[in-house]
Write a protein of this length. Structure first.
Length: 289
C-alpha cells in the first residue's frame, strides 16, 4: 500500500492523537539483559543511517555516499559486538542435562531450579531418543532460558542447535570438526570440544574451540564407557590452555574442589545433581567454593 500511494497522502490520514502506539508502554520490548538492549539500539542506528542516506542522496549526493559507508560500518560493528555478547559465558557450574533426566515431570521446573540456584551453563545431551523428541526438549529448555544470561549448549547436533536457537554446541572427538561447526553456526556461537589428553586439547584450541571439556576426571555413572584421564591430565591441560577448561566426569561435592584446584575454570556435573535433591545438590557445589 505504501508503494501504491504517495507518502504525503498516507501521512494526512494518520491520527497520531488517538494512535494506540502513543502510550508509553504499548510497544516496549522485554529487554532484560544488555544484549537485547544493544540489538534494539543497533536496529535504530541502522534505520537512522538509511534514512539520512536516502535523504542526502536527493540533496547532497556526495554526503549520501559517505553516509552509506557509515551504514555498512554499523553492520560490521554490530556483528562484532553481538559476537562478543554471545561469546560471554561462565562455565563455573556447567550442568549436563542427560536424556536420563529430561523425562522427569515438569522439565520447566527443573530449568527454573537450575536458573535460581547457581547453574551457569546447561548442555542438553540426548543420544537415543528421536530427533523430534530431542528438538522438543531443546525448545523447552531454550524457551525457559530466554532473557537469561545462562548459556544453553546442545551436545553434538548442529541442526538441533540451529533449530532451537541454542547458544552453541559441544563436540566430541568423533563429532563434526570444529571448523565445520563454526562455519555452520557463525562466529557468535559457543563451541566446546572434549579432550582426554594434552594433544587433543591443544588441537581443539588451535581449531577455534571456545572452551575445552576434559574428562572423565573420575569414574562416572552417566557414561559407563568413559575413560578416566584423572587430575594430572587435567592440570597439564589447564596450564597449557588459554581458553576455559571444564572438568567433567564423576564430579560431586566430595571431589569438586580438587578439580578446581587443578586449575579448571568450572565443573560439569550431571548424575550428582539429578540423583537426589536438585536444589540442595546445587547449593552444595556453590556455597563451599
Amino acid at each position: 500500500m505504501k508503494k501504491a500511494l504517495p507518502i504525503h497522502r498516507i501521512i494526512r490520514f494518520r491520527d497520531s492523537q488517538k494512535d494506540f502506539g502513543r502510550k508509553a508502554g504499548f510497544d516496549s520490548a522485554d529487554k532484560k539483559n544488555m544484549a537485547d538492549l544493544v540489538v534494539a539500539n543497533f536496529a535504530r542506528a541502522k534505520e537512522s543511517s538509511r534514512i539520512l542516506e536516502e535523504t542526502m542522496k536527493c540533496v547532497y549526493p556526495k554526503v549520501g555516499a559517505r553516509i552509506k559507508k557509515i551504514r555498512f560500518q554499523i553492520y560490521d560493528i554490530e556483528k562484532l559486538v553481538i559476537s562478543h555478547f554471545k561469546k560471554v559465558f561462565d562455565p563455573s557450574l556447567y550442568v549436563i542435562l542427560d536424556e536420563k533426566y529430561v523425562k522427569k515431570p515438569r522439565l520447566e521446573q527443573v530449568i527454573s531450579v537450575l536458573k535460581k540456584h547457581g547453574a551457569t551453563m546447561i548442555q542438553l545431551r540426548i543420544q537415543s531418543l528421536s530427533d523430534r523428541m530431542f528438538l522438543n526438549y531443546a525448545r523447552i529448555v531454550a524457551n525457559n532460558l530466554k532473557s537469561c544470561d545462562l548459556r544453553f549448549i546442545i551436545n553434538n547436533r548442529l541442526d538441533i542447535a540451529l533449530a532451537c536457537g541454542a547458544d552453541g554446541v559441544h563436540l566430541g572427538q568423533k563429532d563434526v570438526p570444529i571448523g565445520v561447526a563454526r562455519r555452520t553456526l557463525g562466529d557468535g556461537s559457543i563451541i566446546g570440544s572434549s579432550a582426554h589428553d594434552l594433544a587433543q586439547a591443544r588441537r581443539a584450541e588451535k581449531e577455534g574451540a571456545d572452551y575445552i571439556g576434559v574428562g572423565s576426571i573420575f569414574t562416572t555413572k552417566t557414561k559407563s564407557d568413559a575413560k578416566v584421564c584423572g587430575l594430572r591430565a587435567l592440570s597439564a591441560i589447564c596450564k597449557a590452555a588459554t581458553i576455559p577448561v571444564v572438568g567433567i566426569g564423576g564430579i560431586s561435592v566430595d571431589n569438586y574442589k580438587s578439580v578446581l584446584g587443578a586449575g579448571a575454570s568450572g565443573i560439569a556435573v550431571s548424575s550428582f545433581l539429578f540423583e537426589g535433591d536438585l536444589k540442595n545438590n546445587l547449593h552444595s557445589l556453590t556455597v563451599k567454593r
